[in-house]
Design a protein around this ligand. Structure first.
Ligand SMILES: *Cc1c(COP(=O)(O)O)cnc(C)c1O
Length: 389
C-alpha cells in the first residue's frame, strides 16, 4: 500500500517561520492591534513587489473584489463578465453590488478565460446592445491570462478590467508584474493560507489610478474621509470626518499585516520552490495518461495550483483513491454558473462546455513550498497505482 501510515499531504499549506511569529508577537505587545503602522508597511511591500503606485489592504480578497466592482461603477442595471472556472467570490462581487453577471468560456490549455471566446461574445453583445461594463479576469492557478489581448478588446469595446489575481502574487506578464495594472484598472490578491503568501485572512487591491485608490480607501472604512479636500465643506475642527458614501468595515488588522510583511520578503523563494516542484511534477507525469495545464513561455506563473486532467470517467474514482492514500487532492473549480444560486438566476449546465469539461476531468495535486521530493514521489506513486499504469 502506497502511503499507509504516511502523513496526510494537503493540496496547499501556509509556510510560517519564526520571523512571522516574532512580527505578530511584536504587534500584540504594541499599542495598535489595528490602524497602526503595519498595514501601510504591508501595502508598501506589495507596491514594491508588484510595481504598483497604490495598494489598499483589506480583510479578504472577497472584500477587495466587492470594493473594486463598486469603484468601477457596478450597480443595478450594469453588467460584469467573468470566468466560470473560478471561486464563487469572483462572480459574487458583482452580485453584491446588484449588477448582472455573465460568463465567458475558458481556453482548456490554461483553464483561463479564452480571449477568442471573449472576442466572439463581445461582437455578438455589440449587436444585441448589451456590452459588459467590466470584465473580471482570473489568473487560474497563477498563470496569467492573455492580458495584452484582453486589454486590446477593452480598448475597442470600452469595458473596464479587474484582475482577480488571488492565485497570482508574483506572476508576470512578459517582464511586468501582475498587480502593476499595466492592462487593467484594479488587481486583487488573496492572502488566505493556501495562497502564495498569507495573512491568515486578507486581501488587497492595487491600481495606478489615484482617484480609484482614494475611492477604495474610503469604501474600506465606512465611506468616510478625513481629507479636507474630499469634504463637502471646510471642517470646523481636526476631529471632523465626513461620510461621503456608503462603505464597509473591510479593514485588515496590524496583526495580519505584520504576518504579511514578513511573508512578502519570502515571495521570490516561495515562487522558486513552487516552480522547481512543478517542473518535477511535469517530468514525473510525462509517461502517464494525464494532461497538465500549459504554462505559457514568456510569462511567469505563480503556480498556486498544479492541476492535472484525467479521463472524466476515472476522475471520481481517482479522487477517492488519492484521499484513501492520504493525498489531499482538490478540484478547482465547480463551474460557477452551475451553482444553485446562479441556476436560480437562469444559468444552466451546458452553457460553458470547456469549463464544464475541465471541471469533470480536473484534480489539483499537492503543491506548496515545503512539499518535499519524497512527498511528490508518493503523490505520483498513488496516481500510478490508481491509473493502474
Ligand atoms: C481565494 C479566492 C478568492 C477569495 O479570497 P478570500 O481572500 O478568501 O476572500 C477569490 N477568487 C479566487 C480566484 C480565489 O482563489
Amino acid at each position: 500500500m502506497t502511503g499507509a501510515g504516511a502523513p496526510f499531504l494537503p493540496y496547499g499549506r501556509q509556510n510560517i517561520g519564526e520571523a512571522e511569529i516574532a512580527a505578530v508577537t511584536d504587534v500584540l505587545r504594541s499599542d495598535f492591534l489595528t490602524q497602526g503602522d503595519r498595514v501601510p508597511a504591508f501595502e508598501a511591500a506589495i507596491c514594491a513587489a508588484v510595481d504598483a503606485p497604490f495598494c489598499v489592504a483589506v480583510n479578504s480578497a472577497t472584500s477587495a473584489l466587492h470594493m473594486a466592482c463598486l469603484a468601477l461603477g457596478l450597480g443595478p442595471g450594469r453588467l460584469m463578465w467573468t470566468s466560470p472556472n473560478s471561486f464563487v467570490a469572483s462572480a459574487n462581487a458583482a452580485r453584491m453590488c446588484g449588477a448582472d453577471v455573465d460568463f465567458v468560456d475558458i481556453d482548456p490549455a490554461t483553464a483561463n478565460l479564452s480571449v477568442d471566446a471573449l472576442a466572439d461574445r463581445l461582437a455578438a453583445a455589440e449587436q444585441d446592445g448589451r456590452l459588459p461594463d467590466v470584465v473580471m479576469v482570473v489568473h487560474f492557478a497563477g498563470e496569467p491570462c492573455d492580458m495584452p489581448g484582453i486589454a486590446a478588446l477593452a480598448g475597442r469595446y470600452g469595458f473596464r478590467i479587474i484582475e482577480d489575481a488571488s492565485h497570482a502574487m508574483g506572476a508576470r506578464v512578459g517582464s511586468r508584474r501582475i498587480g502593476a495594472c499595466d492592462y487593467s484598472d484594479i488587481t486583487v490578491f488573496s492572502f488566505h493560507p493556501v495562497k502564495i503568501v498569507t495573512t491568515a485572512e486578507g486581501g488587497a487591491a492595487t491600481t495606478r489610478d489615484a482617484d480609484l485608490a482614494a475611492r477604495l480607501e474610503r469604501l474600506r472604512s465606512h465611506g468616510i474621509t478625513r481629507d479636507p479636500r474630499s469634504m463637502t465643506q471646510a471642517p470646523e475642527g481636526p476631529w471632523v470626518y465626513e461620510q461621503i458614501e456608503l462603505g464597509y468595515n473591510y479593514r485588515m488588522t496590524d496583526i495580519q499585516a505584520a504576518l504579511g510583511v514578513v511573508q512578502m520578503t519570502r515571495l521570490e523563494a516561495f515562487l522558486t520552490a513552487r516552480h522547481a516542484l512543478a517542473d518535477r511534477y511535469d517530468a514525473l507525469l510525462e509517461d502517464l495518461p494525464v494532461t497538465s495545464l500549459t504554462r505559457r513561455g514568456g510569462n511567469r506563473s505563480a503556480l498556486h495550483l498544479y492541476v492535472i486532467r484525467v479521463a472524466a470517467a476515472e476522475r471520481s474514482r481517482l479522487f477517492a483513491h488519492f484521499r484513501d492514500g492520504g493525498i489531499g487532492v482538490q478540484v478547482h473549480y465547480i463551474p460557477i454558473h452551475t451553482q444553485p444560486y446562479y441556476r436560480a438566476l437562469g444559468f444552466q449546465p451546458g452553457q460553458f462546455p470547456e469549463a464544464e469539461r475541465h471541471y469533470a476531468e480536473a484534480i489539483s495535486l499537492p503543491l506548496h513550498p515545503a512539499l518535499r521530493a519524497e512527498d511528490q514521489d508518493r503523490v505520483v506513486a498513488v496516481l500510478r497505482e490508481g491509473l493502474d499504469a
